[in-house]
Design a protein around this ligand. Structure first.
Ligand SMILES: Nc1ncnc2c1ncn2[C@@H]1O[C@H](COP(=O)(O)OP(=O)(O)OP(=O)(O)O)[C@@H](O)[C@H]1O
Ligand SMILES: Cc1cn([C@H]2C[C@H](O)[C@@H](COP(=O)(O)O)O2)c(=O)[nH]c1=O
Length: 270
C-alpha cells in the first residue's frame, strides 16, 4: 500500500492565531503517531526565507504583480521541495498560509483578480490543493492589535485593505464549504482549539474512508473549482455563520492513512 499524506492549511488575517493553533494541531496528530511537518508561506524553505524578507521588508516600490509572482515562486519551490515529498512519505503537512492567501491578499485586496491569481497558483503548484483548510476568522483590527512587533509592509496597509482580505476569505469559504472550515478566532486560544479539535475528530476519527478507498484517492490534492463556478455570495462577511462543528456530516472525510514516522520541528526560527 502506498503511503498517503494529509495536507491541511491554516488561513486568516494577520494575527488571527494561525501559528498558535498549528502547534496544538501538530500535538494532536503526533499523539496519534503521525509524522507531522509544520511549514509556512512565505518562508518554508531557505529560498523562501529570502523571498519573505524581500516581500515583507524589501523595497517599498515592489508593485502588486511583482509581489504576486514572488509569492508564487516561493510556493512553487515550497511544493516541489517540502510539501510534495512529505505527502509522498505519508506525513501530515500543516501549512501556515497557502494559495488562499494569494487569492485574498493579491487577488482581492490588491485587485489583481482572483481568477488570474488562481491560475497562477494552480500552475505554480501543479494543482496541489489541501484537503482541509481552517480559516481563522476575526475582525482585522483585533488581529492587528495582537501583534507587539513592528508592522511589516502588509500589516501597514489600511483597515479597508484588511477588510477586503477578510471578505474574500469568507467568500472562498462560502464557495468551498467542504474544504474550508471557518473557525471563530475571537475567543481564547483554548476555545479556538476546541472548535478545531471538533473538526479533526469528525474528519479523522469519525470518517468512514477505508484504506482501500483512500489508496485510490489523489495525494490529498483537490481539483480546484473553476473560480467562475464559485457563488459570489458577497454578503458572507456580514451574515452570522454556523459553527463549523455544527455543520453536519455532509463533508467528505479526509484520508488518514500513511506511514507513521518521527515528527519534525518547524522549518524556521522565530
Ligand atoms: N485566541 C487568541 N486570543 C488572544 N491572543 C492570541 C490568540 N491566539 C493567538 N494570540 C496571540 O496573538 C499573537 C499572534 O498570534 P499568531 O502568531 O498565532 O497569529 P498568526 O495568525 O500566525 O499571525 P501572522 O499571520 O501575523 O503570522 C501572538 O502573540 C499570540 O500569542
Ligand atoms: C502566502 C502569502 C502571504 N501573504 C502575506 C500575508 C501576511 O501579511 C504575510 C505573511 O505573514 P505571516 O506572519 O507569515 O502570516 O504575507 C500574501 O499577501 N500572499 C500570500 O500568498
Amino acid at each position: 500500500m502506498a503511503a498517503r499524506g494529509v495536507f491541511i492549511t491554516f488561513e486568516g488575517g494577520d494575527g488571527s492565531g494561525k501559528s498558535t493553533q498549528i502547534q496544538s494541531v501538530r500535538d494532536w496528530f503526533e499523539s496519534r503517531g503521525r509524522e507531522v511537518i509544520v511549514t509556512r508561506e512565505p518562508g518554508g524553505t531557505e529560498l523562501g526565507t529570502e523571498i519573505r524578507r524581500l516581500v515583507q521588508n524589501g523595497p517599498e516600490d515592489v508593485d502588486a504583480r511583482t509581489e504576486a509572482l514572488l509569492y508564487a515562486a516561493d510556493r512553487a519551490y515550497h511544493v516541489a521541495t517540502v510539501i510534495a515529498p512529505a505527502l509522498e512519505r505519508g506525513a501530515v503537512v500543516l501549512g501556515d498560509r497557502y494559495i488562499d492567501s494569494s487569492l485574498a491578499y493579491q487577488g482581492a485586496a490588491r485587485s489583481l483578480g482572483v481568477d488570474e491569481i488562481a491560475s497562477l497558483s494552480a500552475w505554480a503548484t501543479r494543482g496541489l490543493y489541501p484537503s482541509l483548510t481552517f480559516l481563522l476568522d476575526l475582525p482585522p483590527e483585533v488581529g492587528l492589535h495582537r501583534h507587539t512587533d513592528a508592522p511589516d509592509r502588509m500589516e501597514r496597509e489600511s483597515m479597508d485593505f484588511h477588510e477586503r482580505v477578510r471578505h474574500e476569505y469568507l467568500r472562498l469559504a462560502d464557495a468551498e464549504p467542504d474544504r474550508i472550515v471557518v473557525i471563530d478566532a475571537v475567543g481564547t486560544i483554548d476555545e479556538v482549539f476546541s472548535e478545531i479539535r471538533g473538526v479533526l475528530v469528525e474528519r479523522f476519527e469519525g470518517g468512514s474512508v477505508t484504506i482501500d478507498e483512500a489508496d485510490d484517492a489523489p495525494l490529498s490534492a483537490q481539483e480546484a473549482p473553476a473560480s467562475s463556478e464559485r457563488p459570489a455570495s458577497l454578503e458572507a462577511a456580514d451574515k452570522p455563520r454556523e459553527k463549523s462543528a455544527d455543520k453536519g456530516s455532509s463533508r467528505k472525510p479526509a484520508t488518514m492513512v500513511g506511514a507513521l514516522g518521527e515528527s519534525q520541528g518547524a522549518l524556521w526560527d522565530e
